[in-house]
Design a protein around this ligand. Structure first.
Ligand code: AGP
Length: 605
């Protein structure tokens, strides 16, 4: 995600835009830039790698008197964290800032013969070059034609060199709001940047073009006709707006999952087949390795556990998961025949970094799955698959978990193709089912009120158990960690079949047990284990997929997931487990986003 803002009006555009970028910085902070028309209608550009503070410092050295400009704070998706990749991007007459992902930028590059003409690695510069080709002096006509060329998610703010004092904006999927006040015309990614100037605003309708000037904000439909926006009134204060109106970053990030899940998958699909050509991962590597070692910490390690349960039975090679802090000292058997997959949201976890270095020293090639562009783990890997999760602010990892698994699933599918395990048709079916998990996640997020009610039975208990078999056990691990780290309830994940070997002694009346039973091949066995805990007084919260036959009285609460193939149930289940933890923490009145003793990135050993 990125933060974008535009302003036209009587105020100091440079200062206003810089302040707005600070408000939007939670959306991305790899680099920031600004473009301004000065009093003589000349355009000026300042771009800096790093946080908005660096841009502010650069602007303070050479302030521009301006009343019209656009600004951008970047969360890198296409292209590394470099000055060239920093927005705004200018091609000919067109200057543009962008939030989103243009999926067909390869085709546009070819169709408009842009090879060798681009200065950056971004999809945005490609978009600016296309619009520049189409622009012949009519901004609205050129933008309408431009939209017909694009596939993907976007919110653009655009200035044309020969149209000083005007800003154009348009969106598809990515957010964009606009306002007109006595202080001028505003456009931004979200309310955060508008609230200091206006509480009345409108959400820019998709595919409709906004034109801002110092004294007007006009909205045009795709046919070029002017239309009236639906004016809304903000009920948030600025701090709340940083969370887009959610009470906590964690809940906001849970809600973002369907969007960022698609953002991570779609740019890596080519005719429905997984495509890692942008990451330069050779099929030869995926085809020839004789084993896989997945290495990570915490939630990232749990994502690896899910991937292992998917990969090993299908690829028929050993796939192991190691806790990074253990891997480093266990003298692991690893060499150039083994592929190492390192997973880290922050890309800075010191244990994971040390494990990566050990793997590489042993000759193993390393593919890392990382959310933060240009992070240390990404830079030290042989190959990196960036998840497009956007900034994850809450300490409890949520969207990072689901986008990590999405990336791992795509990588598995590519490996299955390269090794002849999957035909192209099979792979296309797999990726189609994977994408269908986005609405399944959304469906469970919409059940949050039901989950909020269930949690009261957990909050009063000092202990809770999460049980399952196979993949369900892997999901249980993440459910227990989430609950522990933000509600401080002692929660334990257990392989359901292992309970009777000791731990079942802890099951007594009303002890909450979250039982996950979505794996068809072992469903009957899991049900038996649930009967065992129920018989000893447990309060059973059972999670199954639609259509699963459950005997009356087996569960105190039944949570039903949309019908989903066994191997894809992780995505809707993740939302349920995250919401259980979230509401437990809220009901206990705890600091959901910054729980005690924890930090977002563990850079100490
Ligand atoms: C998960 O909710 C925790 N925040 C923690 O376990 C985290 O997943 C772990 O520290 C790994 O962090 P990383 O993904 O940034 O490497």
């Amino acid at each position: 995600m990125c933060g974008i803002i535009g302003y036209c009006g009587p105020l100091d555009a440079q200062g206003l835009i810089l302040e707005g970028l600070s408000q939007l910085e939670y959306r991305g902070y790899d680099s920031a830039g600004i473009a301004l028309f000065d009093e003589e209608s000349h355009m000026h550009f300042i771009k800096k790698v790093g946080k908005v503070a660096a841009l502010k410092e650069a602007c303070a050295k050479d302030p521009i008197l301006s009343h019209c400009g656009i600004g951008h704070t970047r969360w890198a998706t296409h292209g590394g964290v470099t000055g060239e990749n920093t927005h705004p991007h200018t091609v000919g007459n067109v200057t543009m800032i962008h939030n989103g992902i243009i999926e067909n930028y390869h085709a546009l590059t070819e169709n408009y013969h842009l090879q060798g003409k681009l200065k950056s690695q971004t999809d945005t510069e490609v978009a600016a070059a296309v619009l520049n080709e189409l622009y012949t002096g009519d901004p609205l006509g050129a933008i309408r034609e431009f939209l017909g060329c694009l596939e993907g998610s976007y919110s653009f703010c655009i200035m044309f060199e020969d149209r000083p004092g005007e800003i154009y904006a348009v969106r598809n999927m990515s957010p964009l709001v606009a306002a007109y006040t006595g202080s001028g015309a505003f456009i931004a990614s979200d309310l955060t940047a508008l609230l200091p100037y206006s509480r009345s605003y409108f959400v820019v309708p998709e595919q409709k073009i906004v034109k801002l000037t110092a004294y007007t904000v006009l909205l045009y439909d795709p046919d070029g006709r002017e239309c009236e926006p639906e004016i809304l009134t903000a009920s948030w204060n600025t701090n709340a707006a940083m969370k887009n109106g959610f009470p906590h970053f964690m809940l906001k990030e849970i809600h973002e999952q369907p969007e960022v899940f698609k953002n991570t998958i779609l740019p890596r699909l080519n005719k429905g087949l997984p495509d890692f050509s942008d990451e330069n991962i050779p099929d030869e590597l995926l085809k020839n390795v004789t084993g896989i070692r997945i290495i990570a910490c915490g939630t990232a390690m749990h994502a690896g556990m899910v991937a292992r349960a998917l990969m090993e039975p299908r690829l028929r090679i050993p796939v192991t998961v190691s806790v990074a802090s253990e891997f480093r000292y266990e003298e692991p058997l690893i060499d150039d025949s083994i592929l190492s997959i390192v997973i880290s949201q922050s890309g800075e976890t010191i244990d994971t970094l040390a494990a990566l270095r050990l793997a590489r020293e042993s000759g193993s090639k390393v593919i890392s799955i990382v959310n933060v562009k240009g992070s240390t783990i990404a830079r030290e890997s042989d190959y990196v698959i960036y998840t497009h999760g956007g900034p994850e602010i809450a300490v409890a990892s949520t969207k990072a978990y689901t986008v990590q698994i999405a990336a791992l699933y795509l990588l598995f599918c590519r490996m299955a193709l390269a090794r002849g395990v999957y035909s192209e048709e099979h792979a296309q079916s797999f990726t189609g089912s994977l994408l269908a998990c986005a609405p399944a996640m959304e469906a469970m997020i919409q059940k949050k009120t039901l989950i909020q009610e269930i949690v009261t039975h957990i909050v009063g208990s000092p202990d809770a158990f999460f049980i399952g078999r196979g993949m369900d056990y892997a999901f249980s691990l993440e459910g227990a960690l989430k609950l522990k780290e933000i509600s401080y309830i002692h929660a334990e994940a257990y392989a359901a079949g292992e309970l009777k070997h000791g731990t079942i002694a802890l099951i007594a009346d009303h002890v909450p047990v979250v039982a996950i039973a979505t794996q068809t091949n072992i469903l009957a066995k899991t049900i038996s284990n649930i009967r065992e805990v129920k018989a000893r007084g447990a309060y059973v919260i059972l999670i199954v997929t639609e259509g699963t036959r459950i005997d009356n009285g087996l569960a105190d609460v039944l949570i039903t997931l949309p019908a989903t193939e066994d191997k894809f149930t992780v995505f809707p289940i993740a939302a349920v487990l995250q919401l259980i933890a979230y509401y437990a923490s809220v009901q206990k009145g705890l600091d959901v986003d910054q729980p005690r003793n924890l930090a977002k990135s563990v850079t100490v050993e």
